[in-house]
Design a protein around this ligand. Structure first.
Ligand SMILES: NC(=O)c1ccc[n+]([C@@H]2O[C@H](COP(=O)([O-])OP(=O)(O)OC[C@H]3O[C@@H](n4cnc5c(N)ncnc54)[C@H](O)[C@@H]3O)[C@@H](O)[C@H]2O)c1
Length: 255
């Protein structure tokens, strides 16, 4: 165990794949009970395998754009595991489009998942954290929060909103001992990112090859991000709130 989470209950959106799955893995390895929430049903199989391995885990098929789904997931955490202590907002989409290429429909789709989804998830989960007497929220932002690349125009803007939401809620809920922080990954080799690269016609080994050009010599793994999230979720971080933790292997040096 790195940071024990025994007795804690976590809800992780986007927990079926990539960074969210790695966070769910780290949390359960460190003793937490976890509700994996994802719009994709593949989390069902993951949860079943982890249950068989003795982990405390449930899956809820949740679209973060649907408040009723989120309410069902929070109820599951409370009924099955007795409460909710940790919320990780990780569900996200990152289709590429420049300013010129961004249609209203694409803008709305990205904002609905990446920003409004975080708003609604917090709105539904915070009362459960308050009932518990304390809590930790970790939002997954992005290095693109601080400007972003041209082809991630709407995405970067959505993540800027998540950063501001983080600080706003940290201030609002400090009196309830609820900490709210944001982890900014750099470039992570996840299922979602590899699929985008494939759609763009990049060769299979492109991400790995490009990674060699980064300051620390590689792209990040999902577990690199999960390690930082685990720390922020733990009691060792109990005086850290309203902060951004960038995990980018030095990528930001290039901006
Ligand atoms: N991969 C990177 O390089 C990178 C860099 C910076 C930030 N991020 C952020 O990390 C987070 C996770 O990304 P990833 O790379 O692991 O992607 P991923 O595609 O591997 O995983 C994202 C998960 O979110 C789920 N999801 C998408 N829309 C949803 C919705 N409406 N409701 C519920 N679940 C939904 C997907 O089904 C998927 O399981 C995202 O917020 C992303 O913006 C990723």
């Amino acid at each position: 165990m790195n940071y024990p989470l025994s007795g804690k209950v976590a809800l992780i959106t986007g927990g079926s794949s990539g960074i969210g799955k790695a966070i769910a893995d780290r949390f359960t390895e460190n003793g937490a009970a976890v509700v994996i929430c994802d719009v994709s049903p593949k989390g069902e199989q993951l949860a079943s395998e982890w249950q068989q391995a003795g982990k405390k885990v449930e899956f809820a098929q949740v679209d973060v754009r649907q408040t009723a789904d989120l309410e069902r997931a929070v109820s599951l955490a409370e009924e099955r595991f007795g409460g909710l202590d940790i919320l990780v907002n990780c569900a996200g989409i990152f289709p590429r489009a420049t300013l010129a290429d961004t249609t209203d429909a694409l803008w709305d789709q990205i904002m609905d998942v990446n920003l409004k989804g975080v708003f609604h998830t917090c709105q539904v989960a915070v009362p459960a954290l308050i009932r518990r007497g304390s809590g930790a929220i970790i939002n997954i932002g992005s290095l693109n929060t601080f400007g972003g690349t041209p082809e991630l125009f709407a995405y970067s803007t959505s993540k800027g909103g998540v950063a501001t939401l983080t600080r706003n809620l940290a201030r609002t809920f400090a009196k309830h001992k609820i900490r709210v922080n944001c982890v900014h990954p750099g470039w992570v080799a996840t299922e979602g990112e590899m699929a985008v690269q494939q759609q763009q016609g990049m060769p299979d080994n492109w991400v790995e090859t490009e990674g060699h050009r980064l300051p620390m010599g590689r792209v990040q793994t999902p577990d690199d991000i999960a390690a930082a999230v685990l720390f922020l979720a733990s009691d060792d971080a109990n005086q850290i709130t309203g902060q951004f933790l960038t995990v980018d292997g030095g990528l930001s040096f290039r901006y």
